[in-house]
Ligand binder design. Structure first.
Ligand code: NAG
Ligand code: NAG
Ligand code: NAG
Ligand code: NAG
Ligand code: CA
Length: 657
């Protein structure tokens, strides 16, 4: 029992995470977090073997690329929006659209270039139309007309539209830039369920656009037009550039072209093989660095320190659409309140105090336009129930206010997830007194009562962390079980969703498990466990209790089981964080008790190297780091960690080559 008390103390200084960890990617400040620039034309016509009647493929010699020609006989090119919006239900709040086109005839009436349409009502959600004298951009029920005369000649043109905040910007060939105010609720949450993209048309009529389309690119995220259009000084026309002959083309969609002709200056193109947007600058196709552009990580540098009211064992970074980026730190045991910070002028600055009691983890989620934060409170002692709290964002006051409390037992973690439109919040209850075999509870949002009610209890063993993930539309939750009163070497469990309940899927032997991290690489699915502590008969001499092996598992689809994939030696590892930077995949492991006392005590960044698996590429000598998170701002990628021992947490910035 004495050993157990020590462990309780030990575990108090370890964090768990509302690992509402986006399963795949860095969290971007938009509802759709996993989108890269997309060529909608390629989505509509994946191969050149199946082209709808009335649409033909033509070769554009001047820019060495194919384009689609639409005749009056053209059948609609369309596809369901969920083909690309797989995991988000709302259209990105901030986005850009680029259309590279050439018009063939004088327009007699309005022609529709492209639209997003509600399948059930035929209502247009977003569209771009051409009239004789204007380009018309429609967003929800708002229409913006931009007068133009660029379509007089037989030339290629690039139209760009960017929606960000309360403005929409339209550019033609990067030269002419027009801006309009948009009155819209922010976030507007344009629903994407049961909608379709239609190319060369609007609604369910036949295609009416008459001309050529070369690219139709959707870029989620902030003002891509500004980033894509080269600065003015580069925009002189240069007709000395030589163009390459046809033989230079290697693929029907994206020839390996390097040089572009003067007629392409200001035009842009999309490389489907690398998901890159390229723009023609002074005769060279230049890659554009949009935040999702592929970048190579070079090194990390300390960026700035965040002074928290107390040592903190968890940090949660989230974006409130229309408000900005926030980070909330879980204040350490016995030291009182937690603090919310807001990103202002490239720094996290103090924003609001939040009452907590030995907070262990924060979790942000959104239900129907309402923003929430849930905190798992350890409480004052394992012998007493604690109150864990859900806070709700008050839109007028712009502050979080207490909304609902749950009775919890030494709560370690909240995990939010959504299944079939229903919202769930799972708490990891660690122990009641000396007993670590306690029920952890999954709560479900009751839409009529507007609060969470108990949904399912699952017996857990010194639980630390819930992690939700989805594989092929199947929902899973994994519990990290840390200690059964005798040993840390016990089973952690994965459950999966079947007939409206969670049922056991698989157990894995873990050693003082405190965190699960799920991620996918090239269609393979992985789960990494952080094993924090080695205590019990297997280590009766109590030797090197913090040295453990943490395991990365990979899903075997045939056998339907996660199998050991790689064993990583760790030192009191309590958190894994998966980060994707450009085309590279990284894992950061937090070696919590480190303070730069030795090489092996540093937190380590591993890079995915295919056959070589995860290879350590950086050692980060930091303050005692408990929990790592990543976030992006514009093109910058940051890591942030909570300091479990002192009130100085840190932000680290990724540098790129
Ligand atoms: C989408 O439409 C189909 C039928 O067209 C319907 O079965 C389905 O429930 C709809 N989905 C949603 C989310 O409304
Ligand atoms: C939890 O909240 C209830 C109701 O507000 C209160 O009576 C109780 O003392 C609280 N428990 C703790 C441990 O703070
Ligand atoms: C949810 O709200 C209803 C109605 O306001 C209330 O009766 C109920 O106690 C609440 N449930 C919880 C778990 O707080
Ligand atoms: C970790 O695994 C290695 C071999 O993979 C083994 O030699 C070592 O003893 C293990 N360490 C612990 C603490 O289990
Ligand atoms: Ca986790």
């Amino acid at each position: 029992m004495e050993a157990y008390s020590n462990l309780v103390v030990l575990f108090v200084v370890m964090a768990t995470w509302c690992s509402m960890t986006s399963s795949d990617d860095i969290r971007l400040p938009v509802p759709c977090t996993d989108l890269v620039p997309l060529d909608l034309l390629k989505e509509a016509v994946p191969t050149l073997d199946h082209i709808p009647p009335g649409v033909s493929v033509v070769y554009v010699a001047s820019s060495h690329a194919h384009a689609f020609q639409f005749t009056t006989e053209a059948n609609r090119l369309e596809f369901k929006a969920n083909k690309i919006f797989k995991r988000c239900e709302y259209f990105p709040e901030e986005f850009s659209i680029f259309i590279v086109l050439k018009h063939t005839q004088r327009r007699k009436r309005q022609e529709c270039l492209f639209s997003l349409v509600d399948d059930r009502t035929n209502k247009i959600i977003i569209s771009v139309k051409l009239t004789k004298v204007a380009i018309v951009f429609q967003y929800d029920d708002k229409t913006f007309r931009f007068k133009t005369n660029i379509f007089s000649g037989d030339k290629w043109h690039t139209l760009g539209f960017s929606m960000a905040g309360d403005t929409v910007v339209m550019t033609t060939d990067c030269r002419n830039r027009r801006q309009r105010q948009v009155r819209r609720a922010f976030p507007e949450f344009l629903p994407m369920t049961n909608t379709s993209f239609i190319i060369g048309g609007c609604k369910r009529k036949r295609t009416i656009f008459q001309g050529y389309l070369k690219d139709l690119i959707l870029v989620p995220g902030a003002d891509a037009v500004a980033k894509v259009c080269p600065p003015k000084r580069h925009r002189r026309m240069d007709n000395t550039v030589t163009t390459f002959p046809h033989a230079y083309e290697q693929s029907p969609f994206w020839p390996q072209r390097v040089q572009c002709s003067w007629s392409d200056v200001g035009n842009l193109a999309f490389d489907v093989y690398s998901d890159k947007v390229k723009v023609c600058v002074n005769g060279i196709w230049k890659e554009v660095n949009i935040q999702t552009g592929k970048k190579k990580l070079d090194y990390f540098e300390a960026y700035h320190d965040v002074q928290t009211p107390a040592a903190s064992i968890d940090v949660e970074v989230f974006t409130l659409p229309g408000e900005g980026l926030f980070a909330v730190f879980a204040g350490q045991a016995g030291e009182g309140d937690s603090a919310l910070f807001k990103w202002v002028e490239n720094q996290f600055t103090f924003y609001q105090k939040l009452e907590t009691e030995a907070a262990q983890s924060w979790c942000h989620f959104t239900i129907k336009n309402q923003f929430f934060l849930a905190v798992a409170n350890y409480g004052s002692s394992p012998d007493q129930a604690s109150n864990s709290t859900v806070y709700r964002w008050h839109k007028k006051r712009k502050k979080f206010k207490s909304y609902q409390t749950f009775v919890t037992w030494t709560a370690r973690d909240f995990e939010y997830f959504k299944i079939d439109g229903q919202h769930y919040l799972a708490v990891a209850n660690h122990a009641q007194g000396d007993n670590t075999m306690v029920d952890s509870v999954i709560y479900k949002w009751d839409f009529s009562q507007r609060n969470f009610t108990e949904f399912q209890s699952i017996m857990t063993v010194g639980a630390y962390d819930w992690t939700h993930f989805v594989v092929n539309d199947f929902h899973f939750i994994a519990i990290a079980n840390a200690f059964n009163g005798l040993t840390t070497l016990i089973d952690s469990v994965i459950y999966f969703w079947q007939n409206d309940r969670f049922v056991q899927f698989q157990t894995m032997e873990t050693n003082g498990a405190t965190d699960w991290e799920f991620f996918s690489i090239d269609g393979d699915h992985f789960l990494a466990v952080a094993n924090a502590y080695n205590y019990g008969p297997q280590n009766y001499k109590d030797v090197d209790t913090f040295y453990t092996n943490s395991t990365i598992y990979k899903l075997n689809r045939q056998k339907r089981v996660f199998e050991k994939f790689q064993i990583v030696p760790t030192y009191s590892a309590i958190d894994w964080e998966y980060v994707r930077v450009g085309g590279d995949h990284f894992l950061v492991v937090s070696n919590a008790q480190n303070g730069g006392e030795g090489e092996e005590l540093a937190s380590v960044v591993y890079r995915w190297q295919g056959l070589d698996r995860f290879v350590p590429v950086h050692r980060l000598k930091t303050l005692p780091s408990a929990d790592w998170e990543t976030f992006t701002q514009g093109e910058d990628v940051y890591l942030i960690y909570a300091n479990a021992k002192e009130s100085t947490s840190q932000i680290i910035k990724a540098k790129f080559t």
